[in-house]
Write a protein that binds this ligand. Structure first.
Ligand code: ATP
Length: 371
């Protein structure tokens, strides 16, 4: 469990945030200037907060009331930055050994071979960073962080410097870390699709405050909490791969509702999470016939959240879970939508990009409050 409670005032900005996070990936999610880096710096020991407490498991890193403040090098935090920051004169093997060299002798450590396999970097061991692609460098940087026997991994926008193809290459490795390594990961992002793919727990920040906190499916399915703005809204469903069809579609089962998506590269039986962007969802009163869209999810309007412009985010409860639809207020009025109205959510198969489908991860819980 990661336990954070911080208060710190800059001249024009006050951070007052507290959250607890179970194992897995905790994503700090918020717009630019919401306070993500300030929290990361306090965790790393680079910022001395006015007041606060930080604990990882039973180890207290900071407690201003009790006068505890571990220096940065004694916090045992593994860092993964935007750019890999590998040592250019060392081979991959030596860069990994450098991480392990910093691990305290008595600390429980990951075995190098297992981490090399997990990250698929065996063939790269004798190469130098200059000869690696951006994605390969980032995998080595993840390995180096893991091999330093960290209590906590801080990943600060680790994919921000990569193009879409490289992001798609690295995301599955973060999923494997989440599912196969027990070290808690605090992951900073303002990308809604990264959050939907990776987060066990989401901590949404706005103007230095925690506005929402909890399991990813709950926070992302709440239309009142849109830390990346209405344009990025989208809910996450959990589903199971049923079969791959010859025409390139994969059939999924989401609690009894069929979903057809462009080929999902996972075997039948595996669980996946699927992000459905709110602007890709159309609503219909009656069940439509003769429609090209393959996914029709019956549901009940639960909540409606008007935005500043002409749009409204409609939250539906379906058998598959919470679905968000971003439609115009004009349409909502014309359809007479209000909480309790029965509707059908329509999602084109091709509207769900491969990057929106990922491994299921662990369910997470926690609680947030102001310190
Ligand atoms: N040393 C400082 N002195 C004064 N104000 C600061 C200082 N560091 C940060 N701030 C202010 O605190 C606020 C939060 O900054 P922070 O870097 O934590 O945001 P962020 O969410 O990480 O943003 P981004 O996504 O752009 O990195 C900003 O308004 C910033 O100007």
């Amino acid at each position: 469990m990661l336990d954070v409670a911080l208060r710190h005032a800059f001249a024009d900005f006050t951070l007052q945030a507290a959250f607890r996070a179970p194992p897995g990936v905790t994503v700090l999610f918020g717009r630019s200037g919401s306070g993500k880096t300030t929290i990361v710096n306090a965790l790393a020991g680079l910022l001395r907060p006015d007041e606060g407490r930080i604990a990882v498991g039973d180890r207290t890193l900071l407690d201003t009331r009790r006068g505890i403040r571990l220096p940065p090098h004694r916090r045992r935090i593994g860092y993964i930055f935007q750019e890999g920051r590998l040592f250019p004169h060392l081979t991959v093997r030596q860069n990994l050994a450098y991480g392990a060299w910093f691990a305290p002798k008595d600390a429980p450590r990951e075995e190098t071979g297992r981490i090399v396999d997990l990250l698929g970097i065996g063939p790269l061991l004798d190469r130098r960073p200059a000869t690696l692609s951006g994605g390969e460098k980032q995998r080595v940087a993840i390995g180096r962080a893991l091999l330093s026997a960290p209590r906590l991994i801080l990943a600060d926008e680790p994919l921000a410097a990569l193009d879409e193809a490289r992001k798609a290459e690295i995301l599955p490795y973060f999923e494997r870390l989440r599912d196969e390594v027990s070290v808690p990961i605090l992951y900073v992002s303002h990308s809604a699709s990264e959050v939907a793919r990776l987060a066990t727990t989401v901590v949404a920040l706005e103007a230095g405050r925690v506005t929402a906190h909890g399991p990813a499916s709950e926070v992302l399915g709440d239309p009142a909490i849109l830390p990346a703005g209405a344009r990025e809204a989208g809910a996450v469903l959990t589903a199971r791969v049923v079969r791959h069809h010859e025409d390139g579609l994969t059939e999924l089962d989401a609690n009894g509702l069929a979903l057809f998506l462009p080929q999902v590269a996972r075997p039948p039986g595996s669980a996946v999470r699927v992000r459905i962007a709110a602007h890709e969802v159309i609503l219909a009163g009656e069940r439509p016939h003769d429609l090209s869209a393959l996914n029709i999810l019956p549901g009940t309007v639960r909540e409606m959240h008007p935005g500043d412009g002409p749009g409204v985010i409609v939250a539906l409860d379906t058998a598959a879970g919470r679905v968000l639809a971003r439609i115009t207020r004009r349409s909502a009025t014309a359809m007479g939508l209000r909480p309790g109205t029965q509707v059908h959510a329509i999602v084109k198969s091709v509207a769900v990009a491969p990057g929106d489908v990922g491994g299921p991860g662990r369910a997470g819980t926690g609680g947030a409050s102001a310190p």
